[in-house]
Design a protein around this ligand. Structure first.
Ligand SMILES: [Fe+2]
Ligand SMILES: [Fe+2]
Length: 475
């Protein structure tokens, strides 16, 4: 990472904080109040600095993410709420971006921000805002409509193709690693590192394309796809926590290796379709310890991969230590281990692992993980996962109130609309399959009524309908 990028991150966060500060002050006090004036001065001098250096500054909101010019700002949990509130203020007026050009004067900020605080014009919030802006003494600030603002990494087709390539390569690498460990051959660590870097890059440039790939839950390839899915989901959680690229790589690597210890156990136990005997269960519980040992003995790292060893060792421990391996002393599983535990349980819970075992619908898995303390997950991390997956994760088969069947295709980035994703409708109200699945945004208002035309009434089991959901998502 270069120095200038670091500064950009810092500037960006400061700028958002100042904007939010000024907005909150104006909400509480009249404009001549000292707090308001101070916050405006602060805001103006920050903006001035960026505009002087760059010629202009654009703050853009795309889903959960903020961009300052072309840099995506990494936000951590503590400032997430603040920035979310600012994004919302823009969103109610249909604004997706604010541009500030050279010549901006301090006096322009108060009228501009006050306009953001006014209730939006009912039928056409964005056009209404433009009208008001036209009449205000604001010359060097302009806005763009949310519908105009494109996500630089969100060219769907292209992103999905790139995601497919990354995914396929990673599954192949996972397969190689596992068979190497099983037969006691040296692992090509460099290849694994490259695969994980690919996962991190793809998640950073287009999270939703990689999320889609995790719905490819292929029964025959479960062992390999599972480790890749856990790696992807862990990196997604990690990036939402504000981890940097190097940390995400460390996390993704450990996640890919989390079950590597299973390769030291009897294959029949690992792949057994039915329930396990006590003895087999005892053997399975050895996989975290075995994983730690496999990684400790793996060549190709500069130092022993301690973080990854810990993730392998701790991922079934549970936050209250009631899992396994057992502990004699108090300890807290590391953050990375807690992330992997959440990603692992979500993927395992939603996959078909045996013919006897019926997977739960993804929304029920998330709910159980969040609400049942006996499961032993870090609640906050489960919530972070839910902001990424939505209430109905991608790949969930749902029944709409129109009686149509649909597959969830994309989470709605607005945290208030996590229950209204974009779906592909695949059958008509009587249950006849459509020739061509139809994309519908369940949050988009119907022009006739002003309210969304459809909503999800429940989730259902794809097996019951003989449907492979990934067929509708990954063409
Ligand atoms: Fe495991
Ligand atoms: Fe696992």
């Amino acid at each position: 990472m270069s120095d200038s990028e670091l500064n950009y991150q810092e500037y960006g966060r400061k700028l958002l904080t100042a904007l939010f500060g000024a907005l909150s002050a104006l909400r509480l006090y009249p404009v001549e109040n000292e707090t308001v004036q101070q916050s405006l001065t602060e805001l103006h001098s920050l903006v001035d600095e960026v505009v002087e250096a760059e010629g202009s500054a654009e703050i853009r909101v795309v889903g959960d993410f903020f961009f300052l010019n072309e840099t995506r700002l990494r936000l951590d949990l503590s400032n997430f709420a603040t920035f979310g509130a600012f994004a919302k203020a823009l969103g109610t007026h249909g604004i997706g971006a604010v541009e500030i050009v050279k010549g901006i004067e301090r006096s322009e900020w108060a009228p501009f921000l006050s306009m953001l605080l006014r209730p939006p014009v009912a039928d056409a919030p964005y056009e209404g805002f433009l009208d008001r802006l036209e009449q205000a003494p604001v010359r060097n600030l302009s806005v763009r409509a949310a519908s105009d603002v494109d996500d630089p990494g969100d060219n769907d087709e292209e992103a999905l193709t790139a995601a497919k390539r990354t995914y396929a390569q990673s599954v192949k690498v996972a397969e190689e690693v596992m068979s190497d460990v099983r037969i006691g051959r040296a692992v090509n660590v460099r290849k694994v590192k490259r695969a994980v870097q690919g996962i991190v890059d793809q998640v950073l440039s287009n999270e939703s394309s990689m999320m889609t790939m995790t719905t490819l839950r292929d029964f025959d390839e479960y062992t390999f796809t599972h480790s890749v899915n856990v790696s992807i989901l862990s990196v997604i959680i990690g990036q939402r926590l504000g981890l940097d690229r190097v940390q995400l790589y460390e996390l993704g690597l450990g996640a890919l290796f989390h079950d590597i210890g299973k390769q030291r156990l009897d294959a029949e136990v690992i792949n057994k379709a039915g329930s396990l005997t006590d003895e087999e269960w005892a053997q399975l519980k050895e996989h975290p310890t075995e994983g730690l040992l496999v990684l400790f003995g793996m060549h190709g790292f500069a130092n022993a991969p301690y973080r990854q060893m810990l993730m392998a060792y701790e991922h079934h421990m549970k936050v209250d230590l009631t899992g396994y391996p057992q502990n004699r002393r108090e300890r807290e599983p590391s953050l990375f281990s807690r992330i992997v535990a959440v990603a692992d349980a979500f993927d395992a819970g939603t996959s078909v692992r045996s013919y006897q075992y019926e997977p739960w619908p993804p929304d029920a898995v998330l709910q159980e993980m969040r609400d049942n303390p006996k499961r032993g997950f870090d609640k906050l991390l489960v919530k972070v996962l839910i902001t990424a997956t939505g209430v109905y994760p991608v790949g969930t088969l749902v029944i709409l109130d129109t009686h149509e069947l649909a597959v969830v295709a994309k989470v709605n980035p607005d945290p208030d609309l996590l229950h209204r994703p974009v779906v592909r409708v695949i059958s008509d109200p009587v249950g006849l399959p459509l020739a061509e699945p139809k994309a519908v945004d369940l949050a988009a208002p119907d022009p006739a009524t002003g309210r969304p035309a459809r909503q999800i009434i429940k989730t259902t089991d794809p097996q019951k309908y003989g449907i492979r959901v990934s067929d509708y998502l990954i063409a």
